[in-house]
Design a protein around this ligand. Structure first.
Ligand code: BGC
Length: 873
């Protein structure tokens, strides 16, 4: 009965049936997508056109069956694999068990490969899997630049250099789109940090925009033929990017000739008329937030505020997109495939290629597995799964091999591989109030810093001080006071707990009369921790004392429960001594739940929707690493992070790998590099600074940034709210370090190998070129060591005679080459006029000034360069 009804309705309601508005077989076979779009849009009603300009829910745009567009357009994240299936009306998990996809390494790892072929493989996996999951638009790659090392989303980007991000983005897009899947270059731009008061207003001048932040998007459009571009949440020059006529109409569509669809970030469109006139084509967002391009857009056309031609153009672009994806007229679309061994092997190869050997001073690596019977893996990071986290880039893989698991599998039963945690702050949790004998704590406040005399105030309150609690301290001086809390603690189970206290000022803690913490000195932002053996149900007395002289007093006492308690120093030392190989994991975690909101909890965690407050690792980690290195300098340090971190123990660590977040095969890849099956060839796509203070001013709006030693570097509550001054201008990443002559910890482009290479002098195709001519640069590379391996030749250009400020050198090309021992081959790179140009504010165009240019080749941005010069006439 139901079936008959549907057939009847389809027969009488035009929009449910394909009617004369659809293409004839002849048109379908002969018209290119542009013509299909122009033809079909002329057959649409205004209402139908508007229906193509907004999501009908969080992830799809409605179909128009009567023109042959029978299926909705389906969009999905993300940048490193197809996101798990979410509910149609939001971000909730749809709870499916058939939505696993290959989790590729995060895009910073891909960028660290400096390998265009691997970028193409990356896109190939994404395209094939998106097609198999029946998606149409995959929301990636992210081609924003890493401007601040603290941005929580850095792991989704492709480093700090426009040339690298552009060159790696293009192959992803091209090979993804082969599958009749649209790639989406995001977030157009700038979009280089996230803070509490998003959307931020970005103040970057036109030259900075053109030379630094736009090139990866420009390449995505002009070279990659990307079919969609997502605008950023940020504001640019006082208006949201989603309605920026300058960015969308003028640059993207007019100058670059973008033919596809400009869509908003989710909920990122804020107005109807400005949005429509600014050039945005498609409003997307959580269902409830999609409103501006619905009825209000229809009304605006009817009232004449938005010309109908503007909406027609948007609808035409949407049909063009659908036509390119072969969604109109029953063409056969590319076949997809998912979770295949080939895709998993690609994930592994990319992870291997993106591992960067930072130091190998004593030649400890590769480790020889033959002599190893006992491997000690240290650090909780070694066995955490990261793929299904981090925000919209989460992917649910069918399995994920953690580094610990990878090392264990590598040995099978041939060696004993054990894991021991190091301390991680974010494993500290609030002590539940029933454990802390309810809230019945006695707090006595003294108006001096020595707990002397009679208390000026007594309260029932558990041990905590922060600015919100100041109302509890009415009679207590704002600075210069002391406090003693006395209470009881009852453990829910027997075991070794760790008490952890974040604090300013002095702190002492006693458990049943035994002093656990004695940090009675002044200072800001410190952390103290102490192990405590507790027996189930026994009541202990706990006394916490503190003095405070800072303006912003802060104390928070938490604990870590026994299941994850770290080893004591003695346990650690004896485990290290007993092992044949010690591998220590440091770095950050990818947030796997909601991004933490409290600044100090964001430390050592990377995620969309947050920034880190400094470069520091998790509490206690660095101390533990230093202890391990004291016992055995042969310990291998493996850093997992999507962005630079502080390495206070770097001088003591002769062997360091930087492995990033390597996707579902991260552990296999890492084991193969550690034990020499794979020779590392990754190069850093970003600069590791020695300290945060060495980076350009990190002004990210209403946000507090702490130096690595805990001092407040920038605090901007309320003031300058939401404004981000790009005051470093062109000097982003290594450009800043070179311009200011600051020694980085590890420079952009750095990465060692188990073999050695010799890079020859650049041979130029001409000593002088005329405007409009290209220049070819040839470089001989030899593998001078004993293992096969790959080297990345990097080509930097300097314009010392420029009439405007220019960076000391800019990456303009690179080539990765694999060589057998003793082999020599030549790589060829091309320089075009644009590579010599700066954006000329006055003429509003690219300007290559006549004069001498320097060409520098080497294997990092701080290499001993081999140089040549040429003249532009
Ligand atoms: C992110 C985008 C993402 C979108 C859909 C936004 O919050 O910024 O990168 O594609 O959500 O999940």
């Amino acid at each position: 009965m139901k079936l008959i009804l549907v057939v009847l309705i389809a027969a009488v309601v035009p929009c449910l049936a394909v009617d004369a508005a659809a293409l004839t077989a002849d048109e379908r076979n002969n018209l290119p997508a542009e013509k299909v779009a122009a033809t079909l849009v002329s057959r649409l009603t205004l209402e139908e056109k508007v229906s193509l300009c907004h999501g009908s829910n969080t992830w799809t745009v409605a179909a128009i069956p009567r023109i042959g567009l029978t299926e909705p357009l389906t969009l999905s994240d993300g940048p490193n694999g197809v996101r798990k299936q979410l509910i149609l009306d939001g971000y909730g998990d749809a709870g499916r068990d058939d939505d696993h996809s290959t989790a590729l390494p995060r895009t910073t790892v891909l960028a660290a490969t400096w390998d265009r072929e691997l970028a193409a493989e990356f896109g190939d996996v994404m395209g094939a899997e998106a097609r198999e999951r029946n998606k149409d638009v995959l929301l990636g790659p992210d081609v924003n630049l890493m401007r601040s090392p603290l941005t929580g989303r850095n792991f989704e980007y492709m480093g700090e250099d426009p040339c690298l991000a552009a060159e790696m983005g293009v192959p992803i897009i091209r090979s993804m789109q082969v599958y009749d899947i649209a790639a989406c270059a995001k977030h157009y731009t700038p979009n280089n940090q996230r803070n509490k008061c998003s959307p931020e207003e970005t103040r970057a001048d036109e030259r900075v925009l053109r030379e630094i932040y736009l090139p990866p998007f420009e390449a995505a459009v002009k070279k990659g033929g990307v079919l969609t571009v997502m605008t950023a949440y940020d504001q640019f020059r006082g208006e949201p990017c989603s309605q920026s006529d300058h960015l969308i109409n003028r640059i993207l569509k007019k100058e670059w000739g973008f033919r596809g669809v400009a869509l908003s970030d989710w909920g990122g469109l804020h107005t109807t008329i400005a949005g429509a006139l600014g050039g945005l084509d498609l409003e997307m967002g959580p269902t409830a937030k999609i409103k501006h391009f619905k009825q209000p857009l229809l009304d605006a056309v009817k009232s004449g505020e938005v010309p109908e031609a503007v909406v027609t153009d948007k609808a035409r672009r949407m049909i063009y997109l659908n036509a390119c994806l072969k969604k109109i007229g029953g063409e056969r679309r590319a076949a997809g495939s998912r979770n295949t061994p080939e895709h998993q092997a690609a994930a592994r190869r990319i992870a291997e290629g993106g591992i960067v050997l930072l130091k190998n001073d004593a030649g400890v690596l590769p480790l020889n597995p033959a002599g190893i019977k006992k491997v000690l893996v240290l650090g909780e990071n070694a066995d955490l799964q990261f793929c299904d986290g981090g925000g919209s880039s989460q992917v649910k893989p069918p399995y994920e091999i953690t580094p610990f698991e990878g090392i264990r599998r590598y040995f099978g039963d041939k060696a004993d591989v054990t894991l021991m945690p190091l301390r991680l702050t974010n494993r500290f949790t609030e002590i539940p109030s029933d454990v802390l004998s309810g809230r019945k704590w006695q707090a006595e406040y003294f108006s001096n810093t020595k707990l002397e005399g009679e208390p000026v105030q007594a309260k029932d309150w558990h041990p905590r001080i922060n600015s919100q609690d100041s109302r509890l301290r009415k009679d207590v001086p704002a600075t210069g006071f002391s406090v003693r809390w006395t209470g009881k603690i009852t453990a829910p189970e027997t075991g070794l707990y760790v008490l952890g206290a974040d604090h300013t000022g002095g702190l002492r803690v006693e458990l049943d009369g035994k002093r656990l913490v004695d940090d009675w000195q002044d200072g800001e932002n410190r952390f103290a921790d102490a192990p405590m053996e507790l027996e189930k149900d026994r009541v202990y007395s706990l006394v916490v004392e503190s003095f405070q002289s800072a303006r912003n007093p802060f104390i928070r006492v938490r604990w870590q429960e026994p299941s994850i308690a770290p080893p004591t120093k003695n346990e650690l030392v004896s485990a290290v001594k007993a092992a044949d190989a010690v591998i220590v994991f440091t770095g950050n975690q990818i947030n796997r739940g909601r991004a933490p909101k409290v600044e100090d909890e964001q430390r050592a965690i990377e995620s969309e929707a947050m920034n880190r407050p400094n470069l520091q690792g998790p509490d206690g980690q660095d101390k533990a690493v230093a202890t391990v290195l004291e016992v055995t300098p042969n310990a291998v340090v493996v850093n997992l992070s999507g962005a630079p971190v502080a390495m206070p123990w770097v001088e003591r660590a002769p062997t360091i790998l930087h492995a990033g977040f390597g996707g579902m095969e991260a552990g296999t890849a890492l084991a193969r590099v550690l034990f020499g099956d794979v020779n590392p060839s990754g190069k850093l796509p970003y600069t590791f600074p020695v300290r945060l203070e060495d980076c350009p001013p990190q002004l990210v709006g209403d946000y507090t940034l702490f130096s690595d030693s805990g001092d407040v570097l920038v605090k901007m509550p309320g003031k300058n709210q939401g404004k981000v001054d790009y005051s470093e201008g062109l000097f982003v990443g290594y450009r800043w370090f070179d311009e200011k002559n600051i020694e980085p910890l590890f420079p952009f482009g750095h990465g060692l190998s188990y073999t050695t290479f010799d890079i020859g002098a650049p041979e130029l195709s001409a000593a002088a070129i005329k405007p409009g001519e290209d220049l070819t640069v040839k470089v001989k590379v030899s593998n001078t060591g004993t293992r096969a391996g790959a080297e990345v030749v990097q080509l930097y250009v300097a314009d010392p005679e420029a009439s405007v400020v220019r960076s000391p050198r800019e990456l303009k090309g690179f080539a990765k080459i694999f060589l057998q021992p003793g082999e020599t081959r030549e790589v060829e790179m091309k320089l075009v006029m644009r590579d010599l140009s700066f954006w000329d504010i006055e003429s509003g165009g690219w300007n290559a000034e006549p004069g001498q240019f320097r060409v520098m080749v080497g294997n990092s941005s701080r290499a001993k360069f081999k140089e040549a010069v040429f003249v532009l006439k």
